[in-house]
Design a protein around this ligand. Sequence first.
Ligand code: ATP
Length: 393
Amino acid sequence: MTTDTFAESGADLELVGIHKRFPGFTAIEELNLTIPAGSFFALLGPSGCGKTTTLRLVAGLEAPTAGRILVGGTDVTNQKSFQRPVNTVFQSYALFPHMTVLENVAFGLRRRKMADPLGKAHEVLRLVELDHLASRRPQQLSGGQQQRVALARAIVNRPALLLLDEPLGALDLKLRRQMQLELKTIQEDVGLTFLHVTHDQEEAMTMADTIAVMNKGRIEQMGAPQELYELPRTSFVANFLGQSNLFTGPVVSTTSAGVAVDVAGHKIVVPAARAHRTTGEITIGVRPEKLTLHSAKPTHDADVNVMGPGRVTDVSFSGVSTQYLVEVPGAGTLIVFAQNMTFGSDVKFGDEVWVSWGVGHGFGLDDDPADAPRFEADFDTRSIAAQRHLEGA
Ligand code: ATP
């Protein structure tokens, strides 16, 4: 179908100094955010961090304690929910069971007395590739198809902004992955601004142009998925978006090329351009797939960091890769992901190994290592993220 009808209909969303206090609890601390028109923006964070509250504020289902909300430059803070150019797709599709797919999609248009509701409904159903099922009732569709109808029903109103509240949460893993790609394609076709809320980091990375990682009512970091993954700014981001090996130690030398940190007697170098702090006690990290295991100590190379010897304390095979845990005295337990390039592995439980990685792959965080309570909380989240990774969810 032609997408001219929808093109350029998205609008910027601006949240300016938003605070939200419930009796006895501050859900949003201070939120300043601009989401450019036509972008696919994901708010990512653990349960209770304030994602749904943010979405409800934008939809007009809650009022902010302070701050302003602008859509396409218009201040909508005091507008009622139905007056805002915003639609929401929830995890539960809430389709009308007694109506056909076509009538479900046309419902909102009829209620607003729009011209040609059925023609417009067909057009949007073609977009989500369900027009051939227009005369079915919702219960005659699969979960993924029902979710596409829910999406069509929201898109047909041509909102300036579409809010997605964990829309794929009810689908099984395989269908969810397929729908992620479809949703992204549909968003590109219609050019609307999508604000997607999720606790699933893989989902956010697959779909969004920009991700804001939220923690305890604040945005910890915002950027393109790859940028956040490769250069996390805090330990929370480093462990919520994928997993990381993090080490804390004193800086022993700083040059224009690199910052060297003493980690339990190992000199570990991080490129200066990738380090947020360059003096005192700092936390540095590297992603598990950047590590290589060795059965003998590697020869010295200035571009490579080496840790070891350590002992393999766990080997878990997960099909495409194998995860190794390596205990390095003083430095802690390192996680290593190795692609399964050959049958079986040379490295086994209990083996003595060394771990290496290219200096260029390391990053230095902005965390204050003295900020103990945050590290405690982050550790919980890390376990959850690790668990989720292992479950493939
Ligand atoms: P989830 O992924 O579990 O939905 P979330 O990030 O969307 O979590 P919110 O629903 O935005 O989290 O809730 C943020 C915090 O605000 C939570 O601690 C929650 O208990 C609290 N909260 C939400 N609504 C209210 C309310 N009406 N009264 C008091 N506290 C609330």
